[in-house]
Design a protein around this ligand. Sequence first.
Ligand SMILES: Cc1cc2nc3c(=O)[nH]c(=O)nc-3n(C[C@H](O)[C@H](O)[C@H](O)COP(=O)(O)OP(=O)(O)OC[C@H]3O[C@@H](n4cnc5c(N)ncnc54)[C@H](O)[C@@H]3O)c2cc1C
Length: 234
Amino acid sequence: MRAPETPPAESPRYEPNARTRLRRRPQRGHFERATIHAILDEALVCHVGFADAGHPVVIPMTYARVGDALYLHGAPRNRMLGLLESGVPVCVTVTLLDGLVLARSAFHQSMNYRAVMLFGRATAVTDPAESEAALRAVVEHVIPGRLADVRPPSREEVAGTLVLRFPIEEASAKIRGGGPLDDEADYALETWAGVVPLRLVAGTPEPDARLAPGAKVPAYAERYERPRSKGDAR
Ligand SMILES: Cc1cc2nc3c(=O)[nH]c(=O)nc-3n(C[C@H](O)[C@H](O)[C@H](O)COP(=O)(O)OP(=O)(O)OC[C@H]3O[C@@H](n4cnc5c(N)ncnc54)[C@H](O)[C@@H]3O)c2cc1C
């Protein structure tokens, strides 16, 4: 694998390279840090892809972004995290689904989305303070405001968790927005065409059966929603 081209911290974009430059529909490519960070911050789940003894493996995980790094965590005996820790090349993807694009033809049916792909290698976090900060960041990434209400992780819990740092260096976003792109002749068809918008909606919080008396549903759970940035959709 080539050495990653690390952009200077003040750069507003991740410089595209041979791996991250979009060849298919390059007009949908975005490399601005703000765009890529916003997608990472809105999504809840990433998919981590790597090769295990020559076999491709993709695992869904939660994560948190802190600056130019993603933090992943799990049990120290986690097979996948152990492999990642050994420095295998990794591809992380995140996808936000924004809509179903109904075209006049089957061929042009599509989806609106904001997706990010990252390439690199992870390293194990050895500094307990960084591990704890990463674990706190994961809690807050999932539900902002929660950290203030929960028992913080103990020293043993931090020590018993493997935290990996994945630097965001090679990164691309691909964004599709707007309506269907039909063949000119098909615009005369009476078939309905357009977009069915999709978004993640939280339901009513369900109290745990062993809730202590007096425990109230916090506002961040009652009115849960993901931070939303439309990005620069095209
Ligand atoms: C929800 C969803 C559904 C999709 N469905 C289909 C489908 O059914 N068929 C299909 O062909 N394509 C689909 N795509 C697009 C798909 O992700 C690829 O972009 C496309 O297939 C082109 O792949 P490629 O390897 O030829 O891209 P290339 O342009 O050759 O990829 C080069 C580089 O561009 C960047 N890149 C490419 N795709 C993405 C991406 N999605 N997000 C971020 N960076 C990217 C990466 O850095 C990649 O290494 C879908 C995307 C999403 C998010």
